[in-house]
Design a protein around this ligand. Structure first.
Ligand code: ADP
Length: 309
């Protein structure tokens, strides 16, 4: 049987309402297991509950009820071991400006009780490409360097599971590539990686499996390949010179947009845009303008929650 890096059952979190506001349920009974050795994506719109879930895993937020197992350690029964098994690279760039990268890594290692002889400070500096900045004050580091330092801090205790919260939000392409190269290398060495992202493309490229969270619940969890198979819908939006009755190839659905344009939705795996445009021309349709729409995360939710209903 595959070993599970994370096992979550019946996880709920309700934040108490402030100043007369009603309580807010952020997680509403999440069951989720994440296999060891995988790169696992947690996707969902803003407010879905992703950060709450990650913060509970990291031990930063107390759950309301349910069970959380990290690397086989129940958070309630073995809090110390379960905390030692996980490292989190947070979203915000909260780095003490007066520490150097080497100092920050040492302090972090101290917090996790890593003995001096077992610290891998130099290796980590090398991995995150900050060896030559090891003695620079953090306030002189660029945003990209700070982010890499946050990754380094998450690694000081050599956790079995690494969690990355929106690691590439607002990051330029070069840094994104470097972060992903690092993450892949760590995964190759056996580290389980969990990441949240808004970018479907990134999840497609990086993750073996994906869970989509919406309104505090896991609405779907599957391999990336299977999910992508469901995502190959695409839409061509046509402006025609005049209304024309169209006979379209099988599998193409027609819809009229509020502005009168024609939306033709099809499966990329079954038919090409060229074939559809040819059929439109064949039927005497004169195309004035054409744009296309790819499914985005929102569409994925809609289609998945609809088909699950
Ligand atoms: P995500 O990371 O997917 O954007 P969050 O876990 O941050 O989602 O938020 C889930 C829900 O819980 C949201 O409705 C959010 O407003 C609420 N929430 C998050 N943190 C708090 C908090 N500290 N106090 C009250 N409500 C919160």
């Amino acid at each position: 049987m595959t070993r599970q890096a994370i096992e979550i059952t019946g996880l709920r979190k309700t934040y108490a309402g402030q100043k007369g506001e009603p309580d807010k349920t952020a997680l509403n009974g999440v069951d989720l297991s994440i296999p060891a050795g995988s790169i696992f994506g947690l996707l969902g719109p803003n407010g879905a509950g992703k950060s709450t879930l990650i913060n509970i895993l990291a031990g930063l937020v107390n759950k309301t009820s349910g069970q959380v197992g990290i690397w086989g350690f129940d958070q309630d029964v073995n809090p110390r071991q379960s905390r030692a098994a996980i490292g989190v690279m947070p979203q915000e760039l909260n780095i003490d400006p007066f520490f150097t990268p080497r100092g920050a890594l040492d302090v972090q290692a101290g917090l996790y009780g890593v003995p001096k002889s077992e610290r891998r400070t130099e290796d980590i500096l090398e991995l995150i490409g900050l060896s030559d900045k090891a003695e620079a004050y953090a306030r002189t580091l660029s945003g990209g360097m700070r982010r890499r330092l946050l990754l380094g801090k998450a690694l000081v205790h050599n956790p079995a599971v690494l969690v990355l919260d929106e690691p590439t939000a607002g990051v330029d392409i070069e840094l994104r590539q470097m972060l992903w190269d690092n993450v892949r290398a760590l995964n190759k060495q056996g580290m389980t990686i969990i990441l949240t992202t808004h970018y479907l493309e990134e999840a497609e490229e990086m993750c073996d499996e994906i869970a989509i969270i919406n309104h505090g619940e896991v609405v779907v969890r599957d391999t990336t390949a299977t999910l992508l198979g469901q995502l190959d819908a695409k839409t061509l939006v046509l402006t025609l010179e005049r209304d024309t009755a169209l006979t379209l190839p099988e599998g193409v659905t027609q819809d009229r947009k509020p502005d009168g344009r024609l939306a033709l939705t099809y499966r990329r795996s079954q038919i090409s845009a060229g074939q559809i445009l040819a059929a439109v021309a064949e039927a005497g349709g004169v195309v004035v303008d054409v744009t296309s729409e790819e499914p985005d995360l929102q569409d994925v939710f809609l289609s998945l929650t609809r088909s699950a209903a």
